[in-house]
Design a protein around this ligand. Sequence first.
Ligand code: 6PG
Length: 474
Amino acid sequence: TGAQIGVTGLAVMGRNLARNLARHGFTVALHNRSPERTRRLVAEHGDEGTFVPSESLADFVNSLERPRAVIVMVKAGGPTDAVIDELVPLLDAGDIVVDCGNAHFDDTRRREVALREQGLHFVGTGVSGGEEGALLGPSIMPGGSTESYAKLGPMFESIAAQVDGVPCCVHVGPDGAGHFVKMVHNGIEYADMQLIAEAYDLLRSGLSASPAEIAEIFRTWNSGELESFLIEITADVLAHTDATGQPFVDVVLDRAEQKGTGRWTVQSALDLGIPITGIAEATFARSLSGHADQRTAAARAFPDTPGWQVADRDVFVEDVRKALLASKIVAYAQGFDHVQAGSQEYGWQIDRGAVASIWRGGCIIRARFLDRIREAYDDQPDLPTLLVAPYFAKAIGDGVPSWRRVVADAARAGVPTPAFSSSLAYFDALRRDRLPAALIQGLRDNFGAHTYQRVDRPGSFHTLWAGDRSELAG
Ligand code: 6PG
């Protein structure tokens, strides 16, 4: 009998996934392009379980029980294709190739079709939780066929994070569904972090507080509705003092980088016509932070900052907390809308309650209120927007006055809050009885005869703007 699962690509994520599997009693075949990494894993952690190391890919494949399950954990894009191309001729019908990297879901769909034509299963799997998650319990989002999940499910569910005895792993849907959901997870991660960063900036300028003092505020917030991994580590990062004696956050260059999953999320949402404004603002805020020359030029041209007059510190802190919660709800609502749109477009039948459930633990955006999101979608699978689910409607209703004060005060003080303010604008737009979109339709008809619909009768219409302004029904 051979190994139950194999991992090729033993950089930190692959290595930790392999160790996690072995620690849970699975026999794990190991392979890495340079055998040094394989040897090191066995030397350092061989006692954690049963590993079957191989130096060649052929030996690695032969060491696996059938149907084989091979996790590919190499860089997304070209390197993943290269490994798959090498692997495929060595496999037999019914074998399963699992890509646990951050692949684009379109690549996953393409690869799934190509491998299916060869009688193989290809399972694009989102894995969240960073290095530590991979080792101690990540959130796992597998796509691919139902047959492949029959083999992978028990292994993945056993190594995943567990919340209230429920594993943070579910078969998300066919082909690219898993990587799509992981992509949206990352988009929400961007929005969440941007909102936290804006809250920090507001507190710092509004209260003239030190990062260590703000760390305490975040620590307090982490024991309430905002409880989440990202709030927890925010307190950690803000409280950290650099070797120079300065707050760590003050010695880090203020240009946020990205590997691309946030950008993919926004691109996909544009294609699907889903307004994920919070995620988009967060992604653009990172881009803006990187435009150093423009920032320097603008700072020189407009040096004056109005500044703050915070009347009551406690009220302000509570306002920022409520604004953060409301904006965060908007970001998640938009992300779940995006999941639904992708599911419809690609025929995935994704259960949003199940997605919320597997994000409760292990992943970067794990948060107490994901339980409430799960409840909301379980109670009403066709919920039009998360904003109207009772728990969230109440949180937003309670937060609206604070939200408005924070956004208005920030605008007056010259503190940029792109994610806070665009989330508020999204909320106000969504609930508005009449939007000025009617005027846009009029303009489109005026300059381009693009036609419009009327509120009082069906059909499409065009006004003869350059003529006698009579209306034609189309
Ligand atoms: C996770 C993370 C991870 C992501 C990093 C960096 O779920 O474990 O989302 O997959 O790669 O957070 O992303 P950026 O470099 O784009 O910020």
